[in-house]
Design a protein around this ligand. Structure first.
Ligand SMILES: *Cc1c(COP(=O)(O)O)cnc(C)c1O
Length: 423
C-alpha cells in the first residue's frame, strides 16, 4: 500500500488564476462582442532578441554533427555561462564569486521551490506578504508551513472568493502595505529561513541598500538563512538600488540568491536561470555540534536530482552577455518599463494610489473606496473589459489592492488606460 504524503493534501487548489479564468470566460460568454484586455498577464510577450536566437541556432547546428555533438553536460552548468555570469552580473558590482558557487538551472521556480529540501522540516520560515506563492507552497509540501486556516470574509455571501483565503500556522508573515510604505519590518523573534524577493512580485517595490542591510544583519545576528529571489533585478533603473544581496557586506555568510533569464531576456519558454550558493553559507546539526556547507549539499542534491539545463538554452543565455545581446535585452526591458511608466502616469492622473512600476514591471494599486480586491476585479471586468490580478491572491496583506503588469503589448495598455479613464 502506497501512503500519500498528506502534506500535499493541505495545499489549496491554485485558486487565483483558475478563478480569474473562470470569471473572464463567463464574461466573454455573455459579452461576445467585447474585446477583453488583460493587464494581468505574468508572462513576457516580446520575442527573443537576435543575439540569443543566433546563438541558439548555432548551438543546434553544433549538436547536429558528430564532431561537435554533446550529450549530458555538467549538472551545475557549463563553464562558459558560469564565467559570463560572474563577470557581468557580479564582478561589475564588486562581488567576487567562485565558479562553483554558481549553479545553472532550468529557471528560478525550480530552485526557489527545491532549495528548502536542504533544511530540516522544523525550521521556522518567514515571508513578506503579499508574496510569490512558490515559497510557501514548497514548504507546505515538506510539512514546514503548519496548518492552513481560512478566514471567512465572505459575510455569508456564498459567491465571495475571499473566504477561500487563509494563513499558514507556522509561517511568519511580514506585511508590506501602504501603512509601512511596503517595507517589511524585521521579525521580533527568530525566524530560521526568510524569503525575500526584490524587486518584488507582486508589489513592484524595491529595498534600498540600507533596508536590505538590516535584513542581512538580522540574519547574521540570528544565524538565519535568507533566500533572496532577484528574478527582476534587470528592471532596476535607480542606480542606488542593489541588484544582488551580495552587494551587502556579510551576505556571503547568510544568503542564497536566485536569478532567472525568464523576465530579463524572454526565457520563460526557453528555461534557464541560476542559483548562487556561497561556500560560507552553512546550516547546523540539531545538536548544534557541527556545521555543513550548503554549497556542498546543494551540489550533492543537484547531481542526484538534476541533469543539467539544455546546451542550447545555455548558449542562448551566454549570448545575453555579449555587447549586442546586452543592448538588445536592455531595449526590450526599456519597452516594458515604458509601458509601466505610461500606466503609472495614467493611473496617478485618475487618482489611484500606485507603487511599483519604476524598478519592476509590476504596479501595485490600491482599490478605490476600500473595495475588496475581487469586487474591484469584477467592476473592472464588467465596467471596462479589463483584467487585473486581485491582490488578495498573493496573501492576506494583498487585500484591497490589485496588480497590473507591464508585459503587455503597447496598444493593449493604451486601450486599457483609455477605458479606465472613461469609467
Ligand atoms: C517569474 C518569476 C520567477 C522566474 O521563474 P522561472 O522559473 O525562472 O521562469 C521567479 N521568481 C518570481 C518572483 C517570479 O515572478
Amino acid at each position: 500500500m502506497a501512503l500519500v504524503n498528506d502534506h500535499f493534501l493541505k495545499l489549496a487548489d491554485n485558486y487565483l488564476f483558475a478563478d480569474i479564468a473562470k470569471k473572464v470566460n463567463a464574461f466573454k460568454a455573455t459579452h461576445p462582442r467585447k474585446r477583453v484586455v488583460s493587464l494581468g498577464i505574468g508572462d513576457v510577450t516580446q520575442p527573443l532578441c537576435p543575439a540569443v536566437v543566433e546563438a541558439m541556432h548555432k548551438a543546434v547546428d553544433e549538436l547536429s554533427v558528430q564532431a561537435s555533438f554533446r550529450g549530458y553536460g555538467p549538472e551545475h552548468g557549463y563553464d562558459f555561462l558560469r564565467e559570463a555570469i560572474i563577470r557581468h552580473d557580479f564582478l561589475k558590482r564588486g562581488v567576487h564569486l567562485d565558479k562553483d558557487e554558481v549553479f545553472i538551472n532550468d529557471g528560478a521556480k525550480s530552485d526557489t521551490g527545491n532549495f528548502q529540501e536542504l533544511l530540516r522540516w522544523d525550521n521556522s520560515i518567514g515571508v513578506t506578504d503579499p508574496i510569490y506563492p512558490v515559497y510557501i507552497d514548497s514548504n507546505v509540501m515538506i510539512g514546514r508551513a503548519g496548518i492552513y486556516s481560512q478566514t471567512d470574509e465572505s459575510n455569508g455571501d456564498p459567491t465571495s472568493i475571499n473566504k477561500k483565503h487563509g494563513v499558514w500556522s507556522n509561517v511568519n508573515y511580514f506585511p508590506c502595505t501602504a501603512e509601512n510604505q511596503f517595507v517589511p519590518q524585521l521579525p521580533e523573534r527568530r525566524v530560521d529561513m526568510i524569503y525575500l524577493c526584490y524587486p518584488n512580485n507582486p508589489t513592484g517595490t524595491v529595498l534600498t541598500k540600507e533596508q536590505l542591510r538590516q535584513w542581512v544583519n538580522y540574519a547574521l545576528r540570528n544565524d538565519a538563512l535568507i533566500l533572496f529571489d532577484a528574478a527582476y533585478e534587470s528592471f532596476i533603473q535607480d542606480p542606488t538600488i542593489p541588484h544582488s544581496i551580495y552587494e551587502i557586506k556579510g551576505a556571503r555568510r547568510c544568503a542564497i540568491e536566485f536569478r532567472s533569464f525568464s523576465k530579463t531576456a524572454g526565457f520563460t519558454g526557453v528555461r534557464c536561470g541560476y542559483t548562487v550558493v556561497p561556500k560560507e553559507v552553512t546550516a547546523v546539526t540539531i545538536d548544534g555540534s557541527q556545521r555543513f556547507s550548503l554549497n556542498q549539499l546543494w551540489e550533492r542534491r543537484q547531481s542526484t536530482k538534476f541533469n543539467g539545463t539544455s546546451y542550447v538554452a545555455q548558449r542562448g543565455a551566454e549570448a545575453i552577455y555579449t555587447p549586442e545581446g546586452r543592448n538588445q535585452v536592455r531595449e526590450t526591458i526599456g519597452f516594458y518599463m515604458e509601458n509601466a511608466r505610461m500606466m503609472r502616469e495614467s493611473l496617478v492622473k485618475m487618482g489611484y494610489q500606485v507603487v511599483g512600476g519604476e524598478n519592476a514591471p509590476y504596479l501595485w494599486v490600491k482599490t478605490p473606496n476600500g473595495q475588496s480586491s475581487w469586487k474591484f476585479f469584477d467592476e473592472m471586468l464588467y465596467g471596462c473589459g479589463v483584467v487585473v490580478t486581485p491582490g488578495v491572491g498573493f496573501g492576506p496583506s494583498g487585500e484591497g489592492y490589485f496588480r497590473l503588469t507591464a508585459f503587455g503589448q503597447r496598444e493593449d495598455i493604451e486601450e486599457a488606460m483609455e477605458r479606465m479613464k472613461g469609467r
